[in-house]
Structures are given as C-alpha cells and as structure tokens.
Design a protein around this ligand. Structure first.
Ligand code: NDP
Ligand code: 8X3
Length: 250
C-alpha cells in the first residue's frame, strides 16, 4: 500500500533531499516549511511522481502548527512516516556571550517545535497501531563542543525525547528512530552565522556529508521490515572523527 510521509523543514537541505528520495520510492508527501515559494517549486517537481501536499507554518507557533496539521485533506490525513527535521543552529558563541534570541530560537524550534508536530501526528498513528517517527538529531546531541552549548543542549533534548517516545509508543506498535549526522553541507551554516561569509568556510578543505547521503540513510531506516527498527544512527563524513576533529586539506 502507498505510504504517506510528513517532512518538516522540507524547503532545504536534509528535508528537501529526503522529499526527493521518498518520491523516488513512490511515497506520497506532506511537505512543511515557512518558505511557500520553495514548497511550490518542490511540489511541482515531485508531483510528477507522487501525490504532494504542502503546509506552511512556523513550528514555533503551537496553534498554527496544530491547525495546519488538522487541516490536512482526507487523502493526506494518515501519516505513516513523520520526519521531524525542521531546525537549525543560531549562533556559535561562548555561553557568556550568548544571544537570548538565538537561545529561544533553538529551544523553540529544535525542541518544542518537534514536540508540537509530534503531538499533532501521534494520535492517528496510535489509532492505526502503526507508524514511524524519525527525529533528526545530530552528533551535537551526543557530544558537546566549545561554543555549541545551547544548540548541543537542544539536540541532546531531541535524543532524550526520541528515547522517551520509543518507550511510550512501544505499546502502540510505533517505531521511533534518531538519525544523527555530523557536518552536512546545507544552508545550516548560513543560518547559524546569519549570512556572514564565515559560513562558506565551514565546508572548505574536505568533503562534508551531502544532504542526499543523509536522505539515503533515512530511507534505509523507514524501509526495513516491520519487525526491524533502526533506533539510532550516528553518521560522519570520512574526514570527520568527532565534533572537533575534522581532517582538512590546507
Ligand atoms: P537547512 O537550513 O538547510 O534546513 C533547515 C530547514 O528547517 C528548512 O527547510 C527550514 O525551512 C526549516 N525550519 C527552520 N526553522 C523553522 C521554523 N521555525 N518553522 C518551520 N520550519 C523551519 O539545514 P539542514 O538541512 O542542515 O538541517 C535540517 C536538520 O538537520 C536540523 O534539525 C539540523 O539541526 C539537523 N542537522 C544538520 C546538520 C548539518 O551539519 N547541516 C548536522 C546534524 C543535524 P523554512 O526556512 O522554509 O521554514
Ligand atoms: C550540526 C552539526 O557539528 O555543526 O548538527 O553541530 S554541528
């Protein structure tokens, strides 16, 4: 039977690559993000392969998030796969110099946004006694690095929530997984550095993971047989050994 996936943060990077990967495999899509023009472009491209619906909302807005998901047309209401991907780092500062708005953004989007979206989707999955929730964590959820403080905290929270979800949704037959990449070349650093040119340096001198690499692993996780759950994946590019060790050509 054809499955439906809802992907948050589908307008860029890992979320957009996952939308393309899923469409290749015939999975119908609900694509979410704030940039409607981009959602339209992706919808136009992927509608040739699968059914696509777009939802425009900011995951920080609890009411709008719930309203948007409740507004799904009948054909898209049964979400089999939820990819909680929307998120970013905002800033890279010692904690004593941290910007309060950056802190709010990271906790509100990466942690609370993920909760609001999940809260809207879980009841249907529970009713149907099936479903798969994939949370996009990070290597930053497994180790803290200097100046990563609040971003790392938000991703540690994502991993704690993932484990909690796996326990609490276990009686309902729902799979819960975390996919945790290291450095991936997306718009992530542009957002983190607010458009500053230093974002360009982050991926220089080595081959970072590409969003498509992560999308393939996400597809692998959601395409296992019913009895198999890929609970937690940590993936790096070959040049990266940890958050602070990256072999770069000079
Ligand atoms: P991008 O900046 O390329 O994509 C981020 C996506 O999140 C966009 O589609 C954006 O959509 C969406 N988003 C951001 N804020 C909001 C919001 N308030 N409401 C709704 N959607 C929002 O980054 P990545 O693809 O790299 O990041 C995706 C996920 O992967 C994040 O959770 C990130 O933490 C994680 N990650 C990234 C790594 C990396 O090195 N790039 C490594 C490990 C994890 P729009 O602006 O249209 O709303
Ligand atoms: C993104 C990877 O190392 O910039 O989660 O935190 S990192």
């Amino acid at each position: 039977m054809t499955k439906t996936a809802l992907i948050t943060g589908a307008t860029s990077g890992i979320g957009r690559a996952t939308a393309h990967e899923f469409a290749k495999h015939g999975i119908n899509l609900v694509l979410c993000g704030r940039r409607q023009e981009r959602l339209n472009t992706i919808k136009n491209a992927l509608s040739k392969k699968v059914d696509v619906h777009t939802l425009n909302f900011d995951v920080r807005d609890k009411e709008k998030t719930i309203e948007a998901i409740n507004s799904l047309p009948e054909a898209f209401k049964s979400i089999d796969i939820l990819i909680n991907n929307a998120g970013n780092a905002h800033g890279l500062d010692p904690i004593n110099d941290g910007n309060l708005e950056d802190w709010d953004a990271m906790m509100d989007i990466n942690v609370k946004g993920l909760l609001y979206v999940s809260k809207s989707i879980m009841p249907e999955m529970i009713k149907r006694k099936s479903g798969h929730i994939i949370n996009i964590g990070s290597s930053a959820g497994k180790e803290v690095y200097p100046k990563g403080n609040v971003y790392c905290a938000s991703k540690h929270a994502v991993l704690a929530i993932t484990e909690g979800m796996r326990m609490d949704l276990n009686p309902h037959g729902i799979k819960v997984s975390a996919i945790n990449p290291g450095l991936v070349e997306t718009e992530f650093s542009k957002v983190r550095f607010k458009g500053d040119a230093k974002a360009d340096d982050v991926y220089k001198g080595y081959k970072a993971l590409q969003p498509e690499d992560v999308a393939e692993v996400i597809y692998f996780a959601i395409s296992r047989p019913n009895h198999v759950n890929i609970a937690d994946v940590l993936m790096f590019c070959t040049a990266q050994a940890s958050s602070t060790i990256v072999k770069k050509e000079v």
